[in-house]
Write a protein that binds this ligand. Sequence first.
Ligand SMILES: NC(=O)c1ccc[n+]([C@@H]2O[C@H](COP(=O)([O-])OP(=O)(O)OC[C@H]3O[C@@H](n4cnc5c(N)ncnc54)[C@H](OP(=O)(O)O)[C@@H]3O)[C@@H](O)[C@H]2O)c1
Length: 210
Amino acid sequence: MNILIIGATGKTGRQLIKEGLEAGHSITALVRNPCKLNEQHPNLQIVKGDVLDLASLQEAIPNQDAVLCALGHKRFFIKTKILSKGTANLIQTMTKYGVRRFICITALGINDSRYRLGLYYTLFTIPFILYFYFKDKSLQEKLIEKSNLDWTIIRPGQFIPGKKRGKYKHGLKEGHYILTKLITRADVAHFMFKELADSAYLYQKPGITY
Ligand SMILES: NC(=O)c1ccc[n+]([C@@H]2O[C@H](COP(=O)([O-])OP(=O)(O)OC[C@H]3O[C@@H](n4cnc5c(N)ncnc54)[C@H](OP(=O)(O)O)[C@@H]3O)[C@@H](O)[C@H]2O)c1
């Protein structure tokens, strides 16, 4: 398949590239700064673009079979709309070019998974550190749900460094109200490609943790 990866220079995005190339897909990586991605592979194409710049998406999106999104940033203490605005631009461009399959990472703790990132996140991290970020992620999910795309929202637990284990839990009730459940980015990438292959969670928002 032809697959576009958003957030390709990020930690999860790089795992998505690796997983996609290993599976034999033709990967396009959307990057703001091509110098950040040194990887070379005959099936990897790098396209410069910014999700906040609608026009820059026009080159990358046509002819894709699916878009996998690992967009993120660290401007936690500023009220930004990077995730929601960027996703709105992706939805608009995908709709325009008839690219329907969209698999996007948000997080456990958002919207109807509220409180399921554990007590520490519920009482401290989300209200005091991730408040604006999670508001934006909440809006991001709502835009995806309202779209006419064939979407799946992937809600990971807290990321930990580590390799792909290929063994993890996923489901609509994943997460825990007291404990913070963990997952590696490599296994999230594995799960996203599994979802791409079997569409087991079409129009749903599964969590993924160990
Ligand atoms: N950390 C956790 O425990 C955790 C848990 C659950 C879910 N998540 C979510 O998982 C997602 C991926 O996380 P991560 O740690 O892999 O993220 P990351 O390493 O911070 O990567 C974020 C990616 O988004 C790109 N990006 C930011 N703004 C952009 C823009 N305007 N246009 C195009 N690309 C842009 C970045 O590009 P540049 O390299 O150019 O900046 C980077 O490639 C995030 O949404 C995160 O919130 C994280």
